[in-house]
Design a protein around this ligand. Structure first.
Ligand code: UT7
Length: 318
């Protein structure tokens, strides 16, 4: 198998901002509870003609334009989502059409919930390893606003919409270490197409306990495989479910706080989109430099957990 590196990033963020105060008008909650328990102050929701497909396409196009490659060089499109606009065809099929990408490449959606983008990197790596083309587009996208139960204060305040994407390059010998796993379970679920209820159900406490154990488990497995340590990592980008989960991890590793990026304050939990949108925001702020070693970690429904340590080899933000 080839290794992979990140060449560029992109994002699609919907325009409507929902603040904690907006939720306080709908359910019995307040900004103080939400912010102190989660680190979230606001999130973005789709409105008008915005939807999962549009956000995903915007993110993929932006990453592609920043990569400076031709359409013919793209060897696959992998889109991670649990809230596609169409159950069929896949989001990736419609992105391929909209972007005018080659017809002789595999494109597909995957579902690994909040670990989806990192699972997607591995799927793309496999597809590129088996083919001749070097570049792949991996997207994480959600429109969770359409599956939120607006009467359930314990879940409705948590989630947001968004999309993040990356262009990756695969080549023999590139440094890349990962861990993909699953515990199995219905602690977070959304019923499938055709069912009466299609809202998110979550046992928050159980998922919290899982998350604080899963992140170090994933990271330790990668450190063991690679012979690297936290010192070798420039940025840890974890799934942005709850600031307290990331704080637990920082404490456990006695790591510098600034090594762990947090942006749930402005986006909430965007499931598969959270890691790539955070990575894109860091790039846009000039925080990610060419050659930086990134540790990406996701966890969530399933109960899936995944991590990848890889380099950012694209151009820095000018
Ligand atoms: O993306 C997938 C991964 N998902 C996650 O990682 C989520 C992990 N879980 C969490 O982040 C946290 O468990 C939550 C933020 C979901 C909940 O925080 P918590 O500290 O576990 O709160 P809780 O569910 O134990 O609720 C504590 C209290 C309850 O009241 P009582 O029973 O103690 O009287 C809740 O009814 O807080 C109440 N509560 C709220 N109060 C005001 C729950 N939601 C709210 C709310 N506003 N929005």
């Amino acid at each position: 198998m080839k290794g992979i590196e990140i060449i560029s990033t992109g994002a699609g963020i919907p325009s409507k901002v929902m603040t904690n105060d907006d939720f306080a008008k709908i359910v019995e909650t307040d900004d103080e509870w939400i912010f102190t328990r989660t680190g979230i102050r606001e999130r973005h929701f789709c409105e008008g003609d915005e939807n999962n497909l549009k956000l995903a396409t915007d993110a993929a196009k932006q990453a592609f334009e920043r990569a400076g490659i031709s359409r013919e060089e793209v060897g696959c499109v992998v889109c991670a989502t649990v809230t596609p606009t169409y159950a069929s065809p896949s989001t990736a099929c419609l992105i391929q059409k909209e972007m005018g990408l080659p017809e002789d490449i595999p494109v597909l959606d995957i579902n690994a919930a909040c670990a989806g983008f990192i699972y997607g990197l591995e799927v793309a790596r496999g597809l590129l390893s088996a083919g001749d083309k070097k570049y792949g587009i991996v997207i994480g996208v959600e429109q969770l606003s359409k599956v939120i139960d607006m009467t359930d204060r314990s879940t409705c305040v948590l989630f947001g919409d968004g999309a993040g994407a990356a262009v990756i390059r695969a080549e023999e010998g590139l440094p890349y270490d990962n861990y993909l796993g699953v515990k199995g379970g219905l602690e977070i679920y959304i019923e499938g197409v055709g069912s009466k209820s299609s809202t998110v159900h979550m046992d928050g406490k159980a998922v919290f306990r899982f998350a604080v154990a899963a992140i170090p488990k994933v990271m330790n497995a990668i450190f063991e495989k690679s012979g690297k340590t936290m010192e070798d990592v420039d940025h840890c980008i974890c799934h942005q479910a709850n600031a307290r989960i990331i704080d637990h991890v920082i404490k456990k590793y006695k790591a510098p706080t600034e090594k762990f990026y947090k942006n749930m304050e402005h986006y909430g939990n965007t499931s598969a989109a959270s890691v790539p949108t955070a990575m894109n925001e860091m790039w846009e702020k000039g925080m990610i430099k060419t050659g930086d070693n990134l540790m990406l970690v996701g966890f969530g429904g399933g109960l899936t957990m995944a991590g990848a340590m890889l380099r950012f080899k694209g151009e820095e933000k000018k």
